[in-house]
Design a binder for this molecule. Structure first.
Ligand SMILES: Cc1ncc(COP(=O)(O)O)c(C=O)c1O
Length: 492
């Protein structure tokens, strides 16, 4: 029998309602039982095969059956980031209201390229809120929601490349890059995120255009080395054009000295871009706010509400201080999209003139509901709580003789190593043990942790982003690592 249905359910809205209730039940059951589930549990080979090789049916499958399939085969193997003991990378749990907003955004399913409809005004509103929350100047600036932090930096740095070419008297959009132009140089620290490297490559500048600057003891960009790098590049005939600072590095949460960098950019005629994908909202914690001084002086800022703000993925945001410049960088309106300002569907200048995407999703709704449901105070308390939990983890590590912290804690990331007494001084063995702990803890399902390298030394890394994480979870993390570490050592 064919289950063919009208995909819009226009002939059976009550069935759609029942399916919606089933979906909400599924989401609620999943979220409310998450603590009882393993944080992560690896898929078996047959389970992987089943998903990889599923056949597309000829006649369709009843939606009720498909929802049951999702429950039994998809929800059984989550990534794990909804769990309060997930400390990996920078992947937050979804804000529950954000889940509902995604459903409602898809219900309207607008393109947020532009036009005179509610979604557009809401996006302008939430972008302004983000500017205000982070002290980014809002008067002549603009911003737009994008897929994530990488796309936000790509958008901002495309503007930076356009800006410098214009200053140097060439039109990058028309002429592109050519060998007669001086090599453009961009500066970022050793701790700069890989998306900056990918961006520079995508912009056609080549990875040689990145001058990687060493860091100081706190993993912040080394200012003296930066100044020397700029001087050396100028002497060699290159054109320094941009510093990319981190406001919360992915490894340790370090925040580069933004005011000093803004001074250097003013002196040297450089664009200052800040990658705040993970950490910019750390500014909402009054205890951390002074570290972000200078944020109002930057040319562009990448933020990522789908990280620390728990807006369901995907939701990044690019902010650029010069609205006109961003439009010049991206605007290309073919005849079929032309509207007359102030008439018909036109509305405000279109977002699609300020970024790469033409059809754009309604990301603003999930961001709007998260921000407005928390309010300024709620957001600040939440971020402060995560930072306090990170300090708590750091203090536990500092008091346990078999643990060693390897970086300062500025925000909600803690980097450390398990160093049992019998391995003291034996660096290769410590490294091997800590590397082995990561997959073992992930497979255990008891907690989820990832690792990284700091100055060529391997470190365990815990990032706290979940509102349900407690001090007991933090204490349990230490115990789990110790137990797993001891088991690995015994078996070695
Ligand atoms: C500091 C930093 N920048 C950029 C990114 C990339 O953001 P996205 O993964 O949203 O593209 C990340 C991701 O973790 C990050 O932590």
């Amino acid at each position: 029998m064919s289950h063919q249905i009208d995909l819009t359910f226009s002939d059976d809205p009550e069935r759609f309602r029942r399916l919606g209730y089933l979906a909400v039940d599924l989401a609620t059951d999943y979220l409310s039982h998450i603590r009882k589930q393993p944080v992560f549990h690896p898929m078996t080979p047959p389970e992987r095969q089943e998903l990889l090789e599923e056949k597309l049916t000829e006649e369709g499958i009843a939606p009720e059956e498909l929802l049951a399939d999702i429950r039994d085969h998809i929800f059984t193997h989550p990534m794990g980031n909804g769990h309060p003991r997930f400390f990996g990378w920078v992947n937050s749990p979804p804000a529950s209201l954000g889940i509902l907003a995604d459903l409602l955004a898809a219900t309207l399913n607008p393109s947020c390229a532009g036009g005179d409809h509610a979604a557009i005004y809401l996006e302008h509103c939430v972008v302004r809120w983000l500017m205000e929350l982070l002290d980014f100047p809002s008067e002549h600036s603009t911003g737009l929601l994008v897929s994530g932090g990488s796309m936000a930096s790509l958008t901002c740095l495309t503007a930076a490349r356009y800006w410098v070419a214009k200053k140097e008297g060439w039109n990058i959009r028309k002429q592109g890059l050519n060998p007669q132009h001086p090599q453009l140089m961009l500066y970022t620290s050793q701790e700069g995120h890989s998306c900056i490297h990918k961006t520079v490559e995508l912009l056609g500048l080549g990875s040689d255009a990145i001058h990687i600057v060493p860091t100081d003891n706190d993993f912040r960009i080394n200012i003296q080395a930066l100044r020397e790098a700029i001087r050396a590049d100028r002497e060699a005939g290159r054109r320094p054009f941009c510093i990319v600072a981190s406001a919360g590095t992915v490894n340790t949460g370090a925040i580069d000295p933004l005011n000093t960098l803004a001074d250097i950019c003013a002196e040297e005629d450089l664009w200052l871009h800040v990658d705040g994908a993970y950490g910019a909202v750390g500014k909402l914690d009054p205890a951390a706010a002074p570290l972000f001084a200078g944020l109002k002086r930057v040319h562009s800022l990448a933020i990522d509400p789908h990280k620390w703000l728990s807006v369901p993925v995907e939701c990044g945001c690019a902010l650029v201080y010069n609205k006109q410049l961003l439009r010049e960088t991206f605007s290309l309106v073919p005849a079929y999209l032309q509207v007359e300002e102030g008439k018909g569907f036109a509305g405000l200048p279109w977002f699609s003139e300020y970024g790469f995407q033409q059809t754009r999703g309604f990301r603003a709704l999930k961001l709007w509901i998260v921000l407005q449901s928390m309010g300024r105070q709620g957001l600040a308390q939440r971020i402060s709580r995560h930072n306090t939990l990170a300090q708590h983890l750091a203090s536990l590590i500092d008091t346990e003789p078999d643990f060693e912290r390897v970086a300062p804690v500025s925000l909600s990331i803690v980097c450390f190593r398990y160093v049992p007494s019998q391995l003291h001084g034996n660096e290769p063995a410590i490294e091997q043990l800590n590397r082995a702990i990561v997959p073992a803890i992930q497979a255990s399902g008891e907690a989820f942790l990832t690792g990284t390298e700091l100055r060529d030394q391997f470190a365990l890394r815990a990032c706290i982003l979940h509102d349900a994480t407690t001090e007991a979870d933090i204490a349990a993390l230490i115990e789990i690592i110790r137990r797993i570490g001891e088991t690995i050592t015994r078996q070695a």
